[in-house]
Design a protein. Structure first.
Length: 347
């Protein structure tokens, strides 16, 4: 039996061009990373609180991973209404809402501003821009509108990262290093495009049809693993779960080594500079776990930033491929739209 042709499937099911937005990822990222931002460098923050939900909030986890690896401040990600009780104005707030109208994020921003806090907002307009414009000392950074938040990750995360560089709260690579990274990511993007019908993303997505999916990663790549699960949820309409090593070796590994896991897909993200004991744990798992299929995705890159971006982008293609193979429109999300309509009706 002939394998499905992804170009035909894209024409049939990808009605809002999720693939097209995904192809633009590297250029979106380049545009955001090379923009000059009018932000004053500060060095006396106690930490950074990242507010955001869904596709808009995913970047906060990536920022946290970078700061945990080589930053000087704690980054905390908050995905709820309001802000945590311990928050104070000495903590910078980065609030991200692609539409500018995410109610949980707006609720937190209003609380921060009323308490004299400083907000760097990232949005394509909406109410968030209006609220921040009324706060002296806060700033709003705009990203291009017109697409699904999860497809705008290059714009969103690139702007978040540029803001952190401009504020001096994360170390910035040289312009030569940034351009070299973008070049390698562009190559990886081209090789992962479903239109090739034969790349890793196309082959992996075919193997996942009808399978439960578990994603395992070292803690440093956990942000990308979690985003992968979210993309499988939204793009593919599939359940998936992500856990970090070594933590999962103290609990979830028991389930993986049972007979019930034999027909569950195991996807393992790996990369350079992992703790050697983490690497040993992964090697043991690959020998002992009999999940079918088992895939190891080696996240390429000279830095943790590049490895995270590689993982995020390549797995985006996998989630789109799985959607198409199961007859799903990767842009369609009727339940989320229905919930928003319901919440609007009871305000």
């Amino acid at each position: 039996m002939d394998e499905p042709d992804f170009e035909s499937l894209l024409s049939e099911f990808d009605l809002r061009d999720m693939a097209g937005f995904t192809r633009n990822f590297v250029e979106d990222l380049r545009s955001a990373l090379t923009i000059e931002l009018d932000l004053e460098e500060e060095k006396d923050w106690s930490g950074v609180l990242c507010l955001g939900m869904g596709g808009s909030g995913a970047g906060g986890l990536f920022l946290k991973a970078l700061s945990d690896d080589s930053g000087g401040l704690p980054f905390v990600v908050w995905t709820d209404y309001g802000v945590p009780s311990w928050w104070g104005p000495e903590w910078l707030v980065i609030a991200t809402s692609y539409s500018g109208n995410t109610e949980e994020t707006l609720d937190g921003v209003r609380e921060v501003i009323s308490a004299g806090g400083t907000v760097v907002g990232i949005c394509s307009g909406g109410e968030l821009e209006d609220v921040i414009s009324q706060s002296e000392g806060s700033a709003c950074l705009n990203v291009p509108p017109g697409q699904m938040p999860r497809s705008a990750f290059g714009h969103i995360f690139g702007t978040q990262l540029s803001a952190c560089w401009a504020l001096g709260i994360l170390p910035k690579p040289s312009s030569v290093e940034i351009e070299a990274m973008l070049g390698r990511l562009a190559t990886a993007s081209s090789e992962s495009d479903l239109s090739t019908n034969s790349g890793m993303a196309a082959t992996l997505s075919r193997s996942l049809v009808g399978r439960e999916i578990g994603i395992v990663s070292p803690t440093c790549l956990g942000a990308a693993a979690y985003r992968f699960t979210c993309q499988l949820n939204e793009n593919s309409a599939k359940f998936a779960g992500a856990t970090d090593i070594p933590e999962m070796n103290h609990n979830e590994i028991v389930a993986w080594t049972s007979e019930s896991a034999h027909d569950r897909a195991l996807l393992v993200l790996t990369g350079k500079d992992m703790h050697p004991r983490t690497n040993s744990r992964i090697e043991w798992m690959l020998e002992e776990i009999e999940a079918k299929p088992t895939w190891v995705i080696d996240c390429e890159g000279e830095s943790l930033l590049e490895r995270l971006l590689y993982a995020a982008h390549v797995t985006d293609w996998v989630s789109i491929g799985l959607a198409l193979l199961t007859g799903e429109d990767p842009s369609d999300m009727p339940s989320i739209e229905s919930l928003k309509t319901h919440l609007t009706s009871i305000q």
